[in-house]
Design a protein around this ligand. Structure first.
Ligand code: NAD
Length: 358
């Protein structure tokens, strides 16, 4: 059956990097019979300019009916002073919550050719390939009650609530185990069960879900230790599953192990298996319009899209292999260029990946 992909380029370098990802999708359609149809929609600052809203209802409606969404980036200095609920970021948050995208998948991969970009030593990060599965719609970022109150003695007190229900823990744990089954079958659940009751429940529920996955090993780790281990020996991990806030911090830490944000994709999935795929970087207004942005994170987001929403493992691998090939052949956009390699534009990098698809 034909799969519908909604393409949302957004702002800044969004349209430039999305154009290259689309080249790859269309090449797969034309050369390898990928049965897809692409639709386009507005989001972010450009949507605000054209419709007065950062997430026009037509975009949300199209997203609900799409099998997957390919997203570029939103935001820019020209929209930083407009009223808060009209800012581009609001469009992205509204789309995530409108679709119930509760699982955020952030791989941290180091390509051998780019291991020098990492701030860690070669031997620590060589061939790194971790997947962080972060809970995205609950936990302390959403828990009630929350606020700033004034105590009887007149002092102000800020408070937030870390809340996780069994079903919320269970669905993110299942997602992590399912993903581990497509990888090295090892899950590390990161919590702070020694001090937080909510995460005592997290540990209990995760252990109970593990019983349904006897082929996957589960280990529990406290978050402070996990942060240390990620820097000491990141290769010990396969899949890490964790809460919203811990995942926020650990996924940024892990992505920086790779040293090149222009190369890292991400996905956000809901219970229906629908997903939104996007590079982890922003709209890079400082380089927008110059045809120098690195499109590889967006192209690798297409690889994730094929794997997790279209269940096309062969297509997904085909893209990954092509990206490895162009890096091995020395193609580099400005952000990852070093002497002795071949500097290319955004468009040339996309063309090189398309040519390398086998
Ligand atoms: P950024 O990720 O856009 O840029 C940080 C630095 O990395 C810049 O120097 C930029 O030129 C560079 N960079 C980013 N992507 C690159 C690529 N593909 N190729 C080469 N270089 C790249 O982060 P920022 O500067 O903090 O934010 C800029 C805007 O993006 C802001 O409006 C912010 O709100 C928005 N933003 C959007 C998202 C999103 O759409 N998901 C995420 C983060 C930030």
């Amino acid at each position: 059956m034909t799969k519908k992909i909604l393409v949302l380029p957004g702002d800044g370098i969004g349209p430039e990097i999305i154009a290259e990802a689309e080249k790859v999708l269309l090449a797969l359609r034309d050369r390898f019979d990928l049965d897809i149809v692409l639709e386009h929609g507005l989001i972010g600052g450009v949507a605000y300019e054209q419709t007065g809203q950062p997430l026009p209802p037509a975009t949300l409606e199209a997203a609900r009916h799409a099998d997957a969404i390919l997203f570029g980036a939103i935001g820019g200095p020209q929209w930083e002073s407009i009223q808060r609920d009209m800012r581009p970021e609001r469009g992205l948050l509204a789309l995530r919550s409108g679709l119930g995208l509760f699982a955020n998948l952030r791989p941290a991969i180091v390509y051998r050719e780019l291991a020098d970009a990492s701030t860690l030593k070669h031997e620590i990060v060589d061939d790194l390939d971790i997947m962080i599965v972060r809970e995205l719609t609950s936990g302390i970022y959403f828990g009630e009650p929350r606020g700033i109150r004034t105590l009887e003695n007149g002092e102000r007190q800020g408070y937030n609530s870390l809340v996780y229900s069994e079903s919320e823990i269970e669905r993110i744990a299942r997602m992590a185990f399912e993903i581990a089954r497509q990888r090295d079958r090892r899950v590390t659940s990161v919590d702070k069960a020694n001090v937080l009751e909510a995460l005592e429940l997290w540990r209990e529920v995760t252990s109970s879900v593990a019983k349904d996955y006897p082929d996957v090993t589960l280990q529990h780790m406290y978050v402070d230790n996990a942060a240390m281990q990620l820097v000491r020996n990141p290769n010990q991990f396969d899949v890490i599953v964790t809460t919203n806030m811990f995942g926020d911090i650990l996924s940024d830490l892990a992505s920086m192990l790779t040293g090149s944000i222009g190369l890292l994709p991400s996905a956000a999935l809901n219970e229906a298996g629908q997903g939104m795929y996007e590079p982890i970087h922003g709209s890079a207004p400082d380089i927008a319009g110059n045809n120098i942005a690195n499109p590889l994170a967006t192209i690798l987001s297409v690889s994730m899209l094929l794997k997790y929403s279209l269940h096309d493992d062969a297509g997904s691998r085909r893209i990954e292999t092509a990206v490895r090939q162009v890096l091995a052949d020395g193609y580099r956009t400005a952000d990852i260029y070093s002497p002795g390699t071949r500097k290319v534009t955004t468009g040339e990098m996309g063309d090189a990946v398309v040519a390398a698809l086998k």
